[in-house]
Design a protein around this ligand. Structure first.
Ligand SMILES: [Zn+2]
Length: 324
């Protein structure tokens, strides 16, 4: 199977469909149309939307730069940066959250995509992970600093963020998504270390997985080798890994022993954006030979990524099957 569970806002697809961002980030019909083009035009067999990782952060009060056609939305303001302590309880994770920001847009896009009769591929809704969300709310530097200096505060904040992830994920599943992917760059061992993942994130990831009512994928950025056993303990149906992992074969073996699928891990920036179809096919073949279950970009791809390189991923799989 070939597809994507990470963000993929490709400019060429925007030009072909006429559905451009930032409008496609804020309009359910446009979002659904652009997402469907990942299958109809790029031939992916698993598609993911929305095309950024700021939806929950925006709904929880972060200030967002909506970006442009070629620039992904980004968090630029943090609601609790300067007056954080004691304020965690103010974070609203009641059902009201589902009516805030762009959440209603994403939920409607789930319904539209589910209703498309010509789209018989799994649709995956992307959700920012709890560490990403916590660092969006208080700012990245304070998050890292307080993880060490005020661990109880960060623990409470991460727990609130998990509540938000659960609520939003289940709403996506109820609205027609076949799976959700919890994507977290900040939970990476590159950011908080393997011990930080084990102590701070793992217990909350287990609670998150236990409370999500459908298929759930985890994408953690970076070289995740050291946290794979802990990540696999969390009970996700699949894990998505980047090309920066050191030993993909070992990760696949550990995952398969626990009946967990592995998604990845063609380099998004190094190969899909920067190289040609020959190089893409070469790397894709290596991924398949290393046991990848769903051939996909290792992480979110850049808007300028050539469409022919996405098509080359599907061709690589087809070539491999023909020659197998
Ligand atoms: Zn990533």
């Amino acid at each position: 199977m070939v597809g994507t569970v990470t963000t993929s806002p490709v400019i060429e697809l925007m030009d072909i469909t006429g559905e451009k961002r930032p409008e496609a980030d804020r309009d359910a019909k446009k979002m659904a149309q652009l997402a469907a083009s990942l299958h109809n035009i790029a031939k992916f067999e698993v598609i993911r939307f929305p095309f950024d990782v700021t939806v929950l952060a925006e709904a929880l009060g972060c200030e967002i730069d909506p970006g442009t056609k070629a620039r992904t939305p980004a968090v630029v303001g943090h609601p609790f940066k300067d007056e954080f302590e004691g304020d965690v309880e103010r974070i609203d994770v009641s059902e009201d959250l589902l009516r805030k920001g762009r959440i209603p847009v994403v939920l409607e896009a789930c319904e539209i995509l589910k209703g498309k009769e010509d789209l018989e591929v799994p649709i995956v809704a992307g959700v920012e992970g709890p560490a990403d969300l916590a660092s969006s709310i208080c700012g990245f530097k304070p998050f890292l600093k307080w993880t060490i200096k005020k661990p109880e505060l960060i623990k409470t904040l991460v727990s609130k963020c998990v509540d938000a992830c659960i609520l939003y994920s289940n709403a996506c599943l109820d609205s027609g998504a076949d799976a959700v992917v919890i994507a977290d760059a900040t939970a990476s061992p590159d950011m908080i270390g393997p011990e930080g993942f084990k102590k701070l994130i793992k217990p909350e990831m287990i609670r998150l997985r236990d409370n999500i009512t459908g298929h759930c994928i985890a994408h953690i950025c970076g070289a995740t080798d050291a946290i794979i056993p802990d990540l696999l303990d969390c009970g996700f149906n699949a894990i998505s890994v980047e090309e920066s992992v050191e030993d993909l074969q070992s990760i696949v073996a550990q995952a398969h022993a626990k009946n967990v699928a592995v998604i990845g891990n063609i380099s998004a920036a190094g190969t899909l954006l920067a190289k040609n179809t020959f190089e893409v096919k070469k790397e894709a073949k290596e991924c398949i030979q290393n046991g990848i279950d769903i051939l996909a970009p290792g992480c979110g791809i850049a808007p300028e990524t050539p469409l022919e390189n996405l098509l080359a991923i599907v061709e690589a799989r087809n070539d491999y099957l023909l020659n197998a």
